[in-house]
Ligand binder design. Sequence first.
Ligand SMILES: NC(=O)c1ccc[n+]([C@@H]2O[C@H](COP(=O)([O-])OP(=O)(O)OC[C@H]3O[C@@H](n4cnc5c(N)ncnc54)[C@H](OP(=O)(O)O)[C@@H]3O)[C@@H](O)[C@H]2O)c1
Length: 299
Amino acid sequence: MSRRRILLTGVNGQVGWELRRTLSCLGEVVALDSGTLNLADADAARQKVREIAPHIIVNPAAYTAVDKAESEPERAYAVNAAAPGILAEEASAIGALLVHYSTDYVFNGSAARPWGEDDVCAPLNVYGASKLAGERAIQAVGCPHLIFRTSWVYGARGSNFLLTMRRLMRERPELKIVADQVGAPTWCRDLAEATAQVLSQIVSPASGFDRTAPWGVYHMTNAGETSWHGFAEAIQALDEFDETCVPAHLVPIPGSDYPTPATRPLNSRLSNDKLEQTFGLRLQDWRTALALCLGQSAR
Ligand SMILES: NC(=O)c1ccc[n+]([C@@H]2O[C@H](COP(=O)([O-])OP(=O)(O)OC[C@H]3O[C@@H](n4cnc5c(N)ncnc54)[C@H](OP(=O)(O)O)[C@@H]3O)[C@@H](O)[C@H]2O)c1
């Protein structure tokens, strides 16, 4: 019986980097960066999947430059919409399972409660629309798939709010931070661990997987909620500052005072109930995750 092969895209991204480790207990991980597998090149991507012939494809790769996407929608759609459809077609052809990631930005943020998986999607920006198109492309192919929608991803490496705040808090006396957008900061490591835990419930001892598993969309974020301002305050409270450093004063502002090319939803909260009911999993509270992340990040 052949060993399970897992094709992992975007290995240098926040989530991809963590997945390489967490997936390794489930099989041989063939981890590719954007140089080896360029998802914007449809023919090359198909060719690469056929070469590797994986049992599972895990796709955290994405065009994630939310503001830049407004001025280059073709690039965002190629990676976030067309490529997931291609991966789904290839998965379908070889009987593989596709695991994909999506975003809170598929919603318009207008609800007064956390969004459920079946709530109506109405993205406010190109990035969100391209990610929604990717979800729909996978669903249209209909291969076995899991789509994990997450939010506000950060980690000890890469480009994210945590690292930007840690730098700016040391450089500036005052920072104005948006306080009227709420969501759940999510540690990329928790996302990767939870992905592996879900997969461990679905894969069978040999290289196969349970074909009757409850495929579909699941929300997967750290528990709890806060605003960007609350997130910044927690970073400042948990971070260690040099005794000569006076940490920045954090001023709450409405999003309307911080205009960006892409409009962001006010309510980014995602209900994780379906994930818990189906797989018995609930990710730890965002503050606990942040403390752990800060404890292991390079100072
Ligand atoms: N970051 C967030 O706050 C957030 C929030 C909600 C949902 N998500 C979703 O979560 C998933 C993981 O996000 P992340 O934060 O880990 O993203 P990330 O750190 O920005 O990493 C994205 C990865 O995708 C790769 N990539 C970009 N274009 C590519 C292409 N044409 N071909 C192949 N690879 C390409 C990048 O490669 P290079 O490094 O070589 O460019 C990078 O490794 C994505 O699906 C994202 O949409 C993220």
